[in-house]
Write a protein that binds this ligand. Structure first.
Ligand code: HPA
Length: 275
């Protein structure tokens, strides 16, 4: 097998339904459990895709194997990760179906394994000034056609799997959050620990609790995700084109040596990812 690509997509709810060309599914063993990695072709190039919620969308948000996914991608030689995450809109200017690039994170998750630096004697504190890679994020904003001057997009990560209460949403709004979702933490912070360039597209699926005059309904969320998939694919193709023409990143610090062993897809279990 040729070298795997150095760019990966972590496909969130809805976007994981993307029917990719020549897709081959691999089940990678990691110290954190098995991870499904899909090697596919898109827009004339190889792409690694990790369905965040695992085979057949089997993992609820609080059980997503974030350490396994990031560990696998890093070990496979990936340097750039783009992720999609479904979100509720706290900002009333955002509408279901909108795509927006995340600038910063408020982490209100409670019980997820949150670091690679976990062993006694392995005390590390990673800088989060640029949690999201500024270079990839700028290219993604161009690619999704994000209106300029809208202000920073702060994503509040909640534990789930329940949606928030209206009081929680009012509190998050006061803190500056414009969208709320269950999957960006600890994914983005682990990517930073691993020295990856990471950027995320928030796919707006609903007004957050108490804001739309209606309940937050899963069926409506899935309908908006299905409708957004085509626009996400188009934006991702534009992003890959822009990436080719852009100089490298100088803002994302590298990971410590020796923490992430090299991995290869050669000889790995190829199995049915049950899309
Ligand atoms: N809250 C949390 N996560 C979500 C939401 C929401 O309103 N919509 C989609 N994912």
């Amino acid at each position: 097998m040729d070298l795997p690509p150095d760019i990966a997509l972590i496909a969130g709810t809805g976007i994981e339904a993307w029917p990719l060309d020549q897709a081959r599914d691999f089940r990678l063993a990691t110290p954190y459990g098995e991870v499904l990695v899909r090697l596919a072709r898109f827009a004339g190039q190889d792409l690694l895709v990790v369905p965040r919620h695992g085979p057949g969308h089997s993992l609820p948000p609080h059980r997503v194997n974030s350490r396994g996914m990031i560990w696998a991608l890093k070990g496979l030689g990936v340097t750039k990760v783009v992720a999609s995450s479904a979100v509720g809109a706290i900002d009333p200017g955002l509408r279901p179906g909108d795509l927006r690039v995340v600038d910063d994170l408020l982490d209100f998750t409670r019980q997820r394994p949150l670091t690679f630096f976990d062993a006694p004697g392995q005390v590390r504190h990673v800088d989060m000034t640029d949690a999201y890679c500024p270079r990839l994020s700028a290219l993604l904003k161009q690619a999704v056609g994000q209106p300029v001057g809208e202000g920073l997009l702060i994503y509040a990560a909640t534990e789930g799997p329940r949606f928030e209460t209206p009081a929680e949403i009012r509190a998050l709004a006061q803190l500056g959050a414009r969208v709320v979702g269950m999957t960006q933490a600890p994914e983005v912070t682990l990517a930073r620990e691993a020295g990856l360039c990471y950027a995320a597209v928030a796919v707006v699926t609903n007004p957050a609790a108490g804001l739309g005059g209606e309940r937050v309904e899963e069926a409506a969320i899935y309908a908006h995700l299905a409708e957004a998939l085509g626009r996400f694919q188009d934006a991702f193709a534009r992003f890959l084109g822009l990436l080719d023409a852009s100089p490298g990143c100088e803002r994302c610090p590298p990971a410590p040596e020796g923490l992430f062993p090299h991995l290869s897809l050669d000889g790995m279990d190829e199995g049915d990812g049950q899309r």
